[in-house]
Design a protein. Structure first.
Length: 272
């Protein structure tokens, strides 16, 4: 029997607006060689940012560039530094190559965790191409428009005791404490939710201040403005296996997400 080919590392849609939407945690594929050493829980890819391509379907129609990976964060986390330095010192986080789930269920059989050579292999094979493509597309858009907005799209369950107490706000905007984008962008987006969100909650630079992508590429003085949105999954889907998309919930929140992208673009253009 012929082994089916592995999917590509990523897909990149090149748009015309000064806008790149990155979705580093939507991948669900796990290479067969990697899956062979993993526990049964890994195949559920529970910590995926489910359905974001569907929720952000408006982005391509709008004219945005969109970059998405094919492989799951359980293979390698594209939103972590290549040296695996902690983004939140003193707080519990998962690493460049996670060894457990958000609920601390082991992803590998005892003694089977990836060693340094395997981590480097995955970094070169899966992490580096995504970042090369992201950096290249930012450069292309910046050359066309002078400045560009990088919208790093994420989602997470509304309750993950490992990382935060209680229920997470619905919209969590991160600009690395204001360093990765035009001054006040995260606060403006939070205010937009308050004014137009019909009861949704929002916070600027709270528990999620932006991961590696936001911090690495956001350089407002050089025309690149990066913001991360960590959206609570309870706003658009069911947070239990098999994690179905909820049409009614999504229909309510999707127009707000789209309007937030427009708001961010307006802020970036005004700062140019």
């Amino acid at each position: 029997m012929t082994t089916p080919p592995e999917p590509p590392v990523l897909t990149l849609h090149e748009g015309t607006l000064p806008l790149l939407v990155s979705m580093p945690h939507v991948g669900t594929a796990i290479p067969a060689a990697v899956a062979a050493g993993m526990t049964d829980v890994a195949r559920h890819v529970d910590d995926c940012d489910w359905h974001l391509e569907r929720l952000y379907a408006f982005a391509r129609a709008l004219g945005a560039s969109v970059i998405v990976p094919c492989y799951a964060r359980y293979v390698i986390d594209l939103n972590r530094p290549p040296d695996d330095a902690s983004l939140y010192p003193g707080q519990d986080t998962t690493g460049l190559v996670p060894i457990d789930t958000f609920d601390k269920a082991p992803l590998y059989h005892p003694g089977g965790e990836p060693n340094a050579n395997e981590i480097e292999r995955r970094r070169a094979q899966y992490w580096q191409p995504y970042h090369d493509a992201l950096e290249g597309e930012l450069a292309r858009l910046k050359s066309l428009h002078g400045s560009v907005l990088l919208w790093d799209a994420h989602s997470i369950r509304s309750r993950v005791p490992r990382f935060f107490e209680g229920r997470l706000p619905d919209f969590n905007f991160g600009t690395a404490g204001g360093a990765s984008a035009v001054h006040g962008l995260a606060e403006a987006l939070t205010l937009h939710v308050t004014r137009h969100g019909s009861g949704y909650t929002a916070v600027a630079n709270g528990r999620f201040k932006g991961g590696y992508i936001t911090r690495r590429y956001g350089a407002p003085d050089n025309g690149v403005h990066a913001v991360q949105l960590e959206l609570s999954q309870i706003t658009y889907m069911r947070e239990a296996r098999p994690y179905p998309y909820d049409e009614a919930l999504a229909a309510r929140v999707q127009p707000l997400v789209e309007s937030l992208v427009h708001e961010a673009l307006d802020c970036v253009r005004a700062a140019s």
